[in-house]
Design a protein around this ligand. Structure first.
Ligand SMILES: *Cc1c(COP(=O)(O)O)cnc(C)c1O
Length: 310
């Protein structure tokens, strides 16, 4: 079947994981399979695009334009969604053009995305750099890097509501991997106490708590949020960095649960979840939902660079 004809599959399944450690600690761990929404427009990238695509259709603009690094899941998903819905897309890519294009960018180009490569310094100008590329601003619907904006957060709130609909009672913890924190912000505003939100940062550093608070204040002002915390100890050296321990974990997880994780986001998060369960971070009897945010199309790019390690 042509990939274009595959519809988006929501609600995505919610599955329970079984393991001796979970049994010993009496932890119910559920995985929200947002990796199964679509082979090319997976997980949170679909959630973040959904309402932006309908807004684009209502707008008078010609192009859906966005920004990202050479291996960006968001660039990939935007290109795929553009092809699926017949929307012309433009990708502004950070860094010089390297040929042959890597699998992410080759896919984006093949899906019809117009690619523009800009050096890191120019890239920082974001939409101010468009005139230098002869792209008229008025023709563009601009999605920020990572796709996080108000409508993206609305789409991620829907993910939270889906989870509540699928469960008999609200979970004690909802866990997600964070880049910009946009997905987490949407989830926070869709849950209420006593459910707690826990984010695992894929990036080194301590900026996400503040960043997420800014997103909530700006885009989803309400009072009764779930409380949230960010784990910053499971980045494995930083964004897009990995270690043999992480890759072993991803391979073991696949053997035991028949679910593929990615090395940038969900692998680090699940490693952290099991590590924290082992350390009795979660109270005995906790019910946890962890989100598989997808990103599996990016494995091709990982294998291109590092070999068939996972
Ligand atoms: C982009 C991405 C994230 C991070 O999402 P944010 O909303 O930027 O925090 C998490 N997991 C996967 C698989 C992603 O592709």
């Amino acid at each position: 079947m042509h990939l274009k004809s595959i519809p988006i599959h929501t609600p995505s399944p919610l599955e329970r994981l079984i393991s001796p450690l979970l049994e010993e600690k009496n932890i119910q761990l559920w995985i929200k399979r947002d990796d199964l929404t679509h082979p090319l427009i997976q997980g949170n990238k679909w959630r973040k695009l959904k309402y932006n695509l309908s807004e684009f259709k209502k707008s008078q603009t010609k192009y859906l334009l966005t920004f990202g690094g050479a291996y960006s899941n968001h660039i990939y998903a935007t290109a795929a969604a553009g092809q699926l819905y017949g929307i012309p897309t433009i990708g502004i890519v950070r860094g010089e053009k390297i040929l042959p294009l890597n699998s992410t960018l080759a896919f984006a180009k093949g899906a019809g995305m117009q690619l523009h490569f800009v050096d890191r310094k120019t890239y920082r100008l974001k939409k101010k750099l468009l005139p230098s590329l002869n792209i008229p601003l008025k023709d563009c619907y601009i999605l920020p890097e990572g796709g996080t904006n108000e409508l993206a957060i609305k789409g991620c709130e829907e993910l939270g509501k889906e989870i509540l609909d699928q469960m008999e009672s609200p979970p004690d913890f909802v866990i997600v991997s964070c880049g910009t924190g946009g997905t987490m912000a949407g989830l926070i505003s869709s849950f209420q106490p006593p459910t707690k939100l826990l984010g695992f940062s894929s990036l080194k550093g301590n900026f996400l708590t503040k960043e997420i608070q800014n997103l909530l204040d700006q885009f989803s002002p309400k009072k009764n949020y779930s409380t949230y915390t960010i784990q910053t100890d499971y980045h494995f050296g930083g964004y897009a960095k990995h270690t043999p321990i992480l890759l072993d974990f991803i391979n073991d997880f696949k053997k035991q649960h028949h679910i593929q994780l990615d090395p940038i986001y969900t692998g680090k998060m699940f490693y952290g979840i099991f590590d924290l369960i082992g350390k009795d971070f979660f109270p005995f009897g906790s019910k946890i939902v962890a989100i598989h945010t997808g990103g599996l199309q990016g494995l091709a790019g990982f294998r291109e660079r590092f070999g068939e390690l996972i």
